[in-house]
Every structure is written in C-alpha cells, then in structure tokens.
Design a protein. Structure first.
Length: 71
C-alpha cells in the first residue's frame, strides 16, 4: 500500500499529538527550524506542514459542533 505525502503528514500529526499532547506543535516546529538551519529546505517544508496540521486539528477540536450549539 502506498500513501501520499499529504496522508503521511496527517498521520504523523496525529501521532505527534497523541505522543506529545499540547507541546506537539512546538516540538514539530523546533524540528522544522533545525532542518532549515541545516539546509534541508524540503524537510523544513514538510515538518512545517505537520505543525500546521496539528494546529488545524487543535482548532477543529476546540470549535463547538453544530449539534452542541443546537442542544
């Protein structure tokens, strides 16, 4: 089975969130910055996308669902 880069980003964002909790986005951003400082721009881009996915997931969980607003 082959997975796309986008699928891998989502999967790793979920893993990091489960593993590191609220600190996940900051840890991933630190990794992205470390890679950028070493000249790995592609690695920086991918890890930045992982951080964005973590933050997106965090925002969607904190937003109330329609069913919660109705009841």
């Amino acid at each position: 089975m082959w997975i796309t880069l986008d699928e891998a980003i989502v999967m790793y964002a979920r893993y990091c969130t489960a593993r590191f909790g609220d600190a996940a986005a900051e840890k991933v951003k630190a990794t992205a910055n470390s890679l950028r400082n070493k000249g790995d721009l592609e690695g920086h881009r991918v890890w930045t996308q992982v951080a964005e996915q973590i933050e997106k997931g965090r925002r969607s969980k904190s937003a109330p669902r329609v069913a919660e607003l109705v009841n």
